[in-house]
Every structure is written in structure tokens, then in C-alpha cells.
Design a protein around this ligand. Structure first.
Ligand SMILES: C[S@@+](CC[C@H](N)C(=O)[O-])C[C@H]1O[C@@H](n2cnc3c(N)ncnc32)[C@H](O)[C@@H]1O
Length: 340
């Protein structure tokens, strides 16, 4: 048994800091649902004005606004409170990049995490998110939420692939497209881009909604169903993008999917794979090593890969020249490779 230490000790800063993440989550999602960021963005600068606009107590508004400055989502000067660039784009409800859908799906995801102990003991997932039945309930909202998170990366990918300056028509395959976030910037940058977007039928409706909102719907057609049941045409596409799909498939099926996609690309065509990657020891970065547990909770074979592992899988599937999209400070990594 550990006795009380007789030497001087540091307090449990790491534990406290991590546990307080729950408070921050509650503060941000509640503030967003009360449209606090909308009010500040519209120019209501004092706690009294924000309180009137949002229908909460003035004292509560002051506490909330101060905490939001504390966590870095508002700034404050002599005129009062202001949105930051991040809260302006992502937390104001009228923004096309509003992350509100995440708050809607949070309770469902929390439910799985509340059962972590049982899942760790039984080794059986809490649910199977990538089975068509569950996927139909879960993925439309998740896919819409992910649009906000992935859009900035997807724009960088489109620039990296030189979409704007391509002269020839470009055929793009967006596998497990969700909201079609990874291909929409490509279509927006070049009218010669035509995208075939693949996902379960109900999620395709989400893709339709986002392609319409983004003004590119006429550049899209759809492949509806489980990728395993859809025979992809060979030597057809210039670019294929796989946004956050491999982690729910597990290694065996991911290899199969990469190999199908390799065959569907023209020689010299490129694949882009977006994933949360772990380091070679699989113990960091923190988000990726925690995401591996998330996959254990909600799939049978889901996992996260290391960069070397994914590179090897790409080479095995017939790709060469594997490189990374340069991204700073990001949980998401994007590997790009060419069909040999
Ligand atoms: C995590 S979401 C990613 C969506 C989008 N690519 C993005 O990065 O925002 C995973 C997507 O894969 C789709 N998906 C999962 N298993 C699939 C399968 N077997 N066949 C087709 N789509 C699948 C889901 O419906 C969902 O839209």
C-alpha cells in the first residue's frame, strides 16, 4: 500500500487539467446552444446586453463570457467581448462551418464512453457504427458535423493537388464521402472536376445537401451502398480520396479497400487518405491514442494506423511516392500517393 509521501510532491496537475475538459465541453456546447457567440458576433459587448439577447441571467452571462475568454474562444477589451476568428467561423450558428451538429451527437457518443469499463472487460464493442443499420442512424449527423472540422484540411488538399490549374477534366472518387467535404473544395476550384461520391444511401442525402449549399451539385454523381458491394470501374479516376474511413474498417478490409481503389485509378492517378495516425509506439499523439479506444468501443476491428504502417499498406496495394500533406497542429494527417 502507498503511504502518504513524506517528501514534497507536486499536485495532480495533469489529472486535474484533463478532467476539466468535461467542464470546457459543457461550457462551449451550452454557450453555443444559447447563441452566446451569435450575440457577441452581432456586436452585443456587455454581459447585460448578451444576457438580454440570449435570455439568461446577467450574472450568468458575465460568468460564461469570462470563462469563454479563459478558454480562448472570446477576447475582451475596453469595449467588451469579441469573437475570435475560430469562434466567429465555427461557433456562430449562422456560419456554414458551425460545429453545432457535434453538440447534437455528443450524447450518443457519451453513451458509448459511459460503457467503457464493460467494453474493456468483455472485449465486445458497445455498438458497430459501420454496419449499414447503425451507420444509417449515426453517420448522417456525424458526417454533417465533420464538414466543419475537415473543410480547412480539404481546401489545403485541393491546393496541394493543384486542382485550380488542372486543364483536363478531372475525375474524382470520394469514398465514404459523408458530407463530401474532401471533394467539395476540388469541385469549387475547378469546374472541370467531376466527382463520384460513394456512401450509404441515407448519408448520400447529406452529401447532396452540402454539394447544393456549396454550389457544386451539378459536378456530382453518386454511388450508393456499402463499398464492398459496389464494383468500381477500373482505370477510371484521376484522384481518389478516402476521408476517415480506414480506421473503422480494420487492417484487413482497409487493405482490400486500398487495393480496389488502386485498380479504379488511372496509372499515375493519386490517392489521398485522411486518418488520425499514431506514432510508432502507438502511444501518441494523445488524440490518436484515445481515438484507438473510441474505435474499440464502436467497432469490432476498427483501429488506428501509424504512418509507417499506412505507408506500407499503400505500397502493398500498388501505390508509390507516398508523401504527407503539410498540416500544422493537426489531429488529422493526410497521406498522398500515386498509382504505380
Ligand atoms: C467518419 S465518416 C467520414 C466522412 C467524410 N469522408 C469525412 O471525412 O468527413 C465515415 C463515413 O464512412 C461511411 N462508411 C462507413 N462504412 C462504409 C461502407 N462499408 N461503405 C460505404 N460507406 C461507409 C459512413 O457512412 C460515413 O459517412
Amino acid at each position: 500500500m502507498i503511504g502518504l509521501s513524506t517528501k514534497s510532491l507536486n499536485p495532480p496537475h495533469t489529472i486535474q487539467g484533463l478532467m476539466q475538459g468535461q467542464w470546457a465541453g459543457a461550457i462551449i456546447s451550452t454557450a453555443a446552444s444559447l447563441k452566446i457567440f451569435d450575440a457577441v458576433d452581432l456586436g452585443f459587448r456587455s454581459p447585460d446586453e448578451v444576457a438580454r439577447e440570449s435570455g439568461i441571467q446577467p450574472k450568468a452571462a458575465e460568468l460564461l463570457l469570462n470563462a469563454l475568454v479563459g478558454v480562448g474562444l472570446l477576447s475582451q477589451d475596453e469595449k467588451g467581448y469579441h469573437t475570435t476568428e475560430e469562434s466567429h467561423y465555427y461557433l456562430v450558428s449562422t456560419s456554414p462551418l458551425y460545429v453545432g451538429k457535434f453538440f447534437e451527437i455528443r450524447p450518443k457518443s457519451q453513451e458509448a464512453w459511459m460503457n467503457l469499463g464493460t467494453v474493456l472487460k468483455t472485449g465486445k464493442p458497445y455498438n458497430e457504427i459501420n454496419k449499414q443499420e447503425t451507420a444509417q442512424q449515426f453517420f448522417p449527423a456525424l458526417a454533417a458535423a465533420l464538414f466543419s472540422i475537415n473543410y480547412a484540411y480539404a481546401k489545403k488538399l485541393a491546393e496541394f493537388l493543384g486542382m485550380e490549374s488542372r486543364q483536363q477534366p478531372v475525375k474524382v472518387l470520394d469514398v465514404a464521402c459523408g458530407s463530401a467535404v474532401w471533394s467539395i473544395p476540388m469541385a469549387r476550384e475547378n469546374k472541370g472536376v467531376h466527382v463520384e461520391a460513394l456512401d450509404f444511401p441515407v448519408v448520400i442525402e447529406t452529401a447532396r445537401e452540402f454539394t447544393e449549399k456549396s454550389g457544386v451539385s451539378e459536378q456530382y454523381s453518386y454511388l450508393c451502398g456499402d463499398w464492398q458491394d459496389l464494383a468500381l470501374e477500373e482505370d477510371k479516376y484521376d484522384i481518389a480520396v478516402l476521408g476517415h474511413i480506414l480506421h473503422s474498417e480494420g487492417k484487413g478490409r482497409s487493405k482490400e479497400l486500398l487495393s480496389c481503389v488502386a485498380k479504379s485509378l488511372k496509372k499515375g492517378g493519386s490517392i489521398a487518405v485522411a486518418e488520425f495516425l499514431v506514432n510508432e509506439h502507438r502511444n501518441g499523439p494523445a488524440f490518436s491514442s484515445m481515438f484507438a479506444i473510441n474505435m474499440y468501443l464502436v467497432t469490432t476491428n476498427g483501429c488506428v494506423f501509424s504512418k509507417d504502417e499506412l505507408t506500407e499498406m499503400l505500397k502493398e496495394a500498388g501505390f508509390t511516392n507516398v508523401r504527407s500533406l503539410p498540416l500544422e497542429d493537426s489531429d488529422t494527417s493526410v497521406l498522398i500517393a500515386d498509382r504505380a
